[in-house]
Design a protein around this ligand. Structure first.
Ligand SMILES: Cc1cc2nc3c(=O)[nH]c(=O)nc-3n(C[C@H](O)[C@H](O)[C@H](O)COP(=O)(O)O)c2cc1C
Length: 217
């Protein structure tokens, strides 16, 4: 929940000494489906008292490796920095599936986190993953599982979706025990998130936020 400002720019949280913690929702999205998932996940994160979602993206990469992205994207979430990862109490990492794996822009960003690995900045923090695919059997699980590898190297504690979430058994679109997922379809216009996919995105955000609160206590 975003703390409300009560006086002279100070929040109830600051006055009472109560410290909000941030959970980072970090994603790449080319056509908007993974971004839509990230927004639902952020809602789940912010359903947990004392936790606020920090929504961040990464710039696209190009064959022209000297190319430098604008400092601020034209729309959507701002670009992540290594400080976002260092300061967060938990992480939800999202990518479109690209040939059964995460998209290059997100991998490129993660490849630049050696300093955090060396200092152990992410050790012991909870993390979860999410993805959007074109087709139902187009590699959601392989993408989610391989996205976990760099997080394990960083010492993060992985959180999945248990079958106690009723929609995991009921879904006929996305949703896996390894993380949230969405089937965007292969038509010209990506399909909107289904009710099951929305609920599972929010459940995953809540699970990471609850774990972050417990681990930060
Ligand atoms: C280069 C490339 C590779 C892709 N590989 C897969 C794939 O292996 N399986 C699949 O189902 N969809 C694949 N897709 C489709 C995207 O995963 C899908 O459109 C996704 O919903 C895009 O997410 P976004 O809207 O967040 O960009 C691929 C798309 C591109 C451009």
């Amino acid at each position: 929940m975003v703390a409300s400002t009560v006086s002279a720019g100070r929040t109830i949280a600051q006055i009472s000494g109560f410290r909000m913690i941030d959970v980072l929702v970090l994603y790449y999205s080319r056509h908007g489906s993974t971004a839509a998932m990230a927004r639902q996940i952020a809602r789940g994160v912010e359903a947990v008292t004392g936790v606020q979602a920090r929504l961040r993206t990464v710039p696209p990469v190009s064959a022209e490796t000297e190319a430098v992205a604008a400092a601020v994207p034209e729309d959507g979430a701002v670009y992540a920095t290594s400080a976002d990862l260092r300061e967060c109490a938990g992480l939800l990492l999202g990518s479109p599936t690209r040939f059964g794996n995460m998209a290059a822009p997100l991998k490129y960003f993660l490849d630049g986190t050696s300093d955090l690995w060396l200092s152990g900045a992410l050790v012991g923090k909870p993390a979860a993953v999410f993805t959007s695919t074109g087709s139902l059997h187009g590699g959601q699980e392989t993408t989610l599982l391989t996205m976990m590898m760099p997080l394990l190297h960083h010492g993060m504690l992985l959180v999945g979706l248990p079958y106690s979430e009723p929609r995991l058994s009921a879904t006929e679109s996305g949703g896996t025990p390894y993380g949230a997922s969405h089937v965007a379809g292969t038509g010209a216009k990506p399909r909107a998130l289904s009710k099951d996919e929305i609920e599972l995105c929010q459940a995953l955000g809540r699970r990471v936020a609850v774990a972050a609160v417990k681990l930060a206590a």
